[in-house]
Design a protein. Structure first.
Length: 88
């Protein structure tokens, strides 16, 4: 039987993973929300968190994951190894 992409393990992940679902009434509100999210993330430091926020003209849910053991060099090495395995 031939392996499919669904049979393969996931590729490595970077140190930080952000998932965001943002809804707004206007593009200006999206810009405002993204700016505020960026400020909040930078001021609160790196930690895993789940946030739900809603206001008059926008709302979002956000998930931030952190793997403190991962760094750029390790990620690239693991990605190269993953690619080599899955090229075959």
């Amino acid at each position: 039987m031939t392996a499919t992409i669904h049979d393969r393990p996931e590729p490595p992940r970077r140190r930080l993973r952000l998932r965001l679902r943002l809804e707004a009434d206007t593009l200006d509100e999206i810009e405002r929300a993204l700016t505020n999210i960026g400020i909040d993330l930078l001021s609160q430091g790196i930690e895993t968190r789940e946030v739900i926020s809603g206001g008059y003209a926008s709302g979002y849910d956000l998930s931030l994951g952190c793997d403190p053991d991962m760094d750029g060099d390790r990620y690239r090495a693991e990605l190269d190894a993953w690619r080599d395995i899955h090229r075959a």
